[in-house]
Ligand binder design. Structure first.
Ligand SMILES: [Zn+2]
Ligand SMILES: [Zn+2]
Length: 80
């Protein structure tokens, strides 16, 4: 099974991730019910942790990995 590619952009508001570099600095536009996220996307951190449950494949057996929501990666939060 192939690993998911590393995300390149992440919404600063809802943390929705994108794999398209063109999405950086554009509004998120993610639909959440009737609301539409207007958060700004930023370049993702270089530091991503491979999901220990699915090993970055985004799949857990025949279903989407619940631990990472199918993303395969966790953004490493910078600790203060
Ligand atoms: Zn968003
Ligand atoms: Zn996972």
């Amino acid at each position: 099974m192939n690993k998911r590619p590393l995300p390149v952009a992440v919404c600063a508001t809802c943390a929705h991730i994108q794999y398209d570099a063109d999405a950086i600095d554009k509004p998120c536009r993610r639909k959440d019910g009737l609301m539409r996220c207007n958060g700004k996307r930023r370049t993702s951190n270089d530091d991503w942790l491979e999901c220990p449950t699915c090993y970055a494949t985004g799949r857990d057996g025949s279903t989407v990995c619940l631990a990472c929501g199918g993303r395969g990666w966790f953004e490493k939060r910078k600790q203060r």
